[in-house]
Ligand binder design. Sequence first.
Ligand SMILES: Cc1ncc(COP(=O)(O)O)c(C=O)c1O
Length: 407
Amino acid sequence: MQMYSPFSEMPDYAFPRLRKLLDEIKPSSETIDMSIGEPKHTYPPFVNKIINSDLSGLNRYPLNNGTESLIKSIASWASTRYELNNLEYHNRLIILNGSREGIFNSTLSLFPRDKASKKKYVIIPNPFYQCYLAASIAANAQPIFVSACKDTNYLPDFDAIPKNILEKAGIFFICSPSNPHGSTANFDYWRNLIHLSERYNFRIFSDECYSEIYRHIKPLGVISVAEKMGADLEKISVFQSLSKRSNLPGIRSGFSINGKFTTQILKKVRAYGGAPLATPFQNVSEKIWLDEEHVELNRLEYNKKFKLAESMFKDYHNFKIPEAGFFICLAVDNPVSFTKELWQNTGVKVLPGPYLCNFNNLSVSESQKVSSFVRIALVEKENKLKDGLNKIKNFLAKNPKFVLEDC
Ligand SMILES: Cc1ncc(COP(=O)(O)O)c(C=O)c1O
């Protein structure tokens, strides 16, 4: 007999859906995968050396709260990056096994489910990083999607959210730089969101894992603004990771900054159910957070790629180089068919916008506004990337039915 699961109605994750769409189709030429945001630039050479030189610690349970030197190095990075004075790191930092794990488990641990508060909503930008949806369902909360499209500079416009929703919101997810559009929240945006969270008593979960991959201006983190404002830090959680910053998604090193009381709760829960980073990875992670040279080189490499993409697509409707992140989004009509035909005819794989969106309660025109694009990851090596972008450009030229003049 099938047992009920709150996840049975949840759509499959974007990549299994993409596989289902494309697996039966045999592409006509060599394949180039531009669908997944998995960094392919090199990571610092000292990483392998350190791991190879010391695998001791595998016979011990790793520390849930992180080694002292890892916590200190993350505290040093975060204090500099966010201009924090006296970050009480033992009371404010949680060591994560990648930011995805932290986002998921923090939602479970922190969604205010008590009956008195009447909280029942999690607010999520649309399009969105898929983990936010599963985390909300796991927390027995109802996700409310807020459009983040061209009209709103690809960030959710919180002024458009009805008061009765804000009153019952427990967590507000925000991704800055946003995935997929690479938009960043400025000081006023953060200040207004913080004011709103204090007025309506919800937590801000700020996913900032793309913050180090920026073009010219270092994105402002919510915690910098919160500290300047003297805001209630218990309402703010920031998620960070080495995955994009250092091209090391395999190391699974991340952290979150939280208020003191929130940190206590998270540590308590994680002592029961945490999945801490293996000790050799904690040891190497500590060195990676302290090294900025490879991060600067990484940024330069991405910026070269964005110049290349700009030279190729600057005349395309609505084309914009994002402020940050490593994706470009091309506005196309019928993105799922575009993805299928592009794959069949050129072997280039991209991710259709609708797979990153939720359409519940959206009108047809609003649905098109949020999802009429394909996401292209600029992660491949330069020659392969150029080849892939050329193929997309030529495909669009030959198939004007997909060209979308406005969205
Ligand atoms: C917006 C966003 N947040 C979080 C993550 C999770 O990254 P990680 O768990 O590797 O830190 C990703 C990964 O692609 C992402 O795109």
